[in-house]
Write a protein that binds this ligand. Structure first.
Ligand code: FAD
Ligand code: UDP
Length: 398
């Protein structure tokens, strides 16, 4: 008899499997309908031996020391600050919009102070910021909104920014300085040997059994368990009782080119041209050296694997109905981006899973509750470093 059946081997399911098995000595069956662990963060070496992210670029960043230290038990890190360029008006300019973006785009030489004044002169004041259009237009005005945000958002979501919650475009800030990093979080790093290796380390425990290529419905009633942790789409779990919750999908087109470098930045966004939103070149992210290089195009789709919840009021209403059902189903814990219908980054999913673990164990947030084992690496307070113990199993603190 398993104590827990965990549905989904992504961040949500894997963190809970690890915690319940290693932290609470529970017997766990972790299953996934896919043929691999890692969920959407899964990476692998392609036919040319280049490490790629099967489901699009995954860049780890967090302000949570707890999350970073927790994951550091299973991987060493490669410090990596992500940078993105947008292809606008025939130029490649820094995205998020910063001082250099504006100077380059308009052939100007503004100072940060002058840029502030410029933004103030073009911004359209809004009494309330409720949509993704409001966020941008109220800061940088309509022209920049149209160049950088409207087309990209329509392509990505199949909706106008005015139909999406403010939080969507608010993920991308506007700056008046020259900082061209995509994220400003305290911890920004990539797992040194990739995400899948990190998941393998996490799940390497005698209390965890893994079953791939299996939908949980195939084993329900066949393999006994006490409680379930479910990380798939919440509407599917309840047989779409309140209708389908929209999840945005993507089609990934992977290519390998016989050149060492393909493009001028790790990610190039195409807000106004082409059917794809962006192209990612993986070697920038992973630091791998190779004579060839692999890239991925992202083509947004309405149908396909569920990747993004779609944050807008009518969907929040439908989700609230599913949430009420979920709350009425205490023997199942709903965790993660699909099961709680939240546009969460990886670190937020890890934090959510650690919180659910504490709730299950009835403990408060203390070091003892979440970090009972030694850290794999000793981390300084703020700067990610790569430790020496890099080979698999080396320095593992289990
Ligand atoms: P998932 O990874 O989706 O795992 C859920 C698992 O459940 C899946 O493997 C699925 O196969 C399985 N499952 C579902 N239903 C069933 C069933 N019936 N039976 C069995 N198994 C089932 N986050 C960042 O922090 N940085 C980034 O740069 C970043 N980039 C992203 C880029 C893209 C294109 C996408 C789509 C997401 C990105 N994210 C990024 C978000 C990140 O992928 C998620 O936060 C994280 O992977 C969610 O983990 P999860 O466990 O909640 O869900
Ligand atoms: N966005 C945009 N133009 C860009 C980058 C982002 O309009 O060049 C908007 C778009 O709506 C996108 C959202 O901001 O979906 C969040 O961007 P992010 O890069 O965080 O998306 P993700 O990596 O999660 O796909």
């Amino acid at each position: 008899m398993f104590d827990y059946l965990i549905v989904g081997a992504g961040f949500a399911g894997s963190v809970l499997a690890e915690r319940l098995a290693a932290g609470a000595d529970k017997k766990v069956l972790l299953i996934d309908v896919r043929n691999h662990i890692g969920g959407n963060a899964y990476d692998h070496y392609n036919a040319d031996g280049i490490l790629i992210h099967k489901y699009g670029p995954h860049i780890f960043h967090t302000n949570s020391q707890e999350v970073f230290e927790y994951l550091s038990r299973f991987t060493d890190w490669r410090p990596y600050q992500h940078r993105v360029k947008a292809s606008v008006d025939g130029q490649l300019v820094p995205m998020p919009i910063n001082l250099d973006t504006i100077n380059q785009l308009y052939g100007l030489n503004l100072t940060a102070f002058q840029l502030d004044e410029f933004f103030a002169s073009v911004a359209e004041p809004r009494d309330q910021i409720s949509t993704s259009e409001d966020v941008v237009v109220s800061k940088v005005g309509r022209e920049l909104y149209e160049k950088f945000f409207r087309g990209y958002t329509r392509k990505q979501w199949g909706l106008d920014p005015s139909e999406l919650d403010a939080a969507v475009t608010a993920r991308v800030p506007t700056r008046t300085n020259r900082d061209d990093r995509y994220f400003t979080d305290t911890y920004q790093a990539m797992p040194l040997h990739g995400y899948t290796r990190m998941f393998e380390e996490m799940l390497d425990h005698p209390n965890i059994k893994i079953m791939l290529n299996t939908d949980y419905r195939e084993i329900e009633g066949v393999i006994p368990y006490r409680e379930m942790i479910y990380t798939g789409p919440v509407d599917a779990f309840f047989d779409y009782r309140y209708g389908k919750l929209p999840y945005r999908s993507l089609e990934f087109k992977h290519e390998t080119h016989n050149v060492p470098i393909y493009q001028a930045a790790p990610v190039i966004n195409y807000p106004n041209d082409y059917a794809y939103t962006r192209i990612t070149e993986f070697k920038y992210l992973t630091g791998q050296e190779h004579t060839k290089t692999s890239i991925v195009y992202e083509f947004p789709r309405a149908e396909g694997d569920p990747y993004y919840p779609v944050p807008r009021p009518e969907n929040a209403e439908v989700y609230a109905q599913y949430k009420a059902l979920a709350d009425d189903t205490p023997e199942v814990h709903f965790v993660g981006r699909l099961a709680t219908y939240k546009y969460y980054n990886m670190d937020q999913v890890v934090a959510q899973a650690l919180t659910v673990y504490r709730k299950i164990m009835g403990t408060k947030r203390t070091e003892a509750a979440t970090l009972p084992r030694l850290s794999r690496t000793t981390m300084p307070a703020t700067v990610p470093v790569v430790s020496n113990g890099t080979s698999k199993g080396n320095g593992k603190a289990k």
